[in-house]
Design a protein around this ligand. Sequence first.
Ligand code: ATP
Length: 322
Amino acid sequence: MRHLTTRQQQLLRLLADGEFHSGEQIGRQLSISRAAISQQIKGLKALGLDIFSVTGKGHALAQPLELLDAAALQRDAGGAPIHCVALIDSTNQYMMSRLVDWQKGECLLTEYQTAGRGRRGRQWISPFGSQLMMSLYWRLEEGMAAAMGLSLVVGVALVETLQSFGYHEVGLKWPNDVYAQGAKLAGILVEMSATSGGSCHVVIGVGLNLQMPLQPVHGINQPWTALSAIRAESVPRNRLGAEFIRRLRLALQEFEAGGMASFLTRWNHLDVYRDRPVRLLLGEQEIRGVARGIDEQGGLVLETESGLQTYVGGEISLRPAN
Ligand code: ATP
């Protein structure tokens, strides 16, 4: 796991208020030279932070930044341990590589991923401090077969959390993207590994764009958005994180006890493509039809020329018809 240097951490804490800090003030507080300040700022910018330097005023972040606070998250969410790190390759990767270490519901959050991943080897891009980015460990005693539909449950928990913070325009795109204003707001990646005892380890990764940089973000090859584009007022990051963790753990318990039953209506209610013409991409094949929501297993119901068909599985991508 990579770490921020002590100097970078100190500088970040200073700049987090979004105000200008003069080179002189920074130099005094961190006991470093002007040249060293420029060097540290360069390092932070390379992580995707928007830092402005103005002659006569000093250095400032484009927006104030609420850094992750493990103690606050733990206090508000309760339950299994919650860890925060500044830098990591991927929270899912880290949890998946140490499966026996975690308690059910344990969480790992990060400010920045050097190798964030999406489905089927795709990349997840996360400029420093711009997201709620985390993984949660769960174990399904019933094994992998019981996991069908689980990623849809995660989407429901995330959107319902956002709605509880007043973001009512947020919805879901099958199978597991969170959408707002016709663009991707969050991604969900569920990874699993069977145990010899028949149960199944589950690592649930979530990246939710809160306040992404102002300039175009290299590597995102589809329309995307952030909460800051929906509402200028910034969302309290640690409170949102704690509320999501709390709701996600409850949703997973409910899913374990009763399967998709109680999530079916909730998911369909949040479906942004409901009754709209769509294309399903299955490798080279493309199927057109009208999206009619999901069934009890979490499969997508598509109305095609030959009637209603249901599609299940991780190899399928849904796109608007044109
Ligand atoms: P599918 O519809 O099959 O899920 P997807 O392209 O959305 O397709 P995912 O694996 O869910 O695939 O997510 C990875 C994709 O998300 C990347 O290829 C990239 O286009 C996009 N992406 C990466 N980072 C971000 C981000 N921060 N915000 C929004 N989209 C992103």
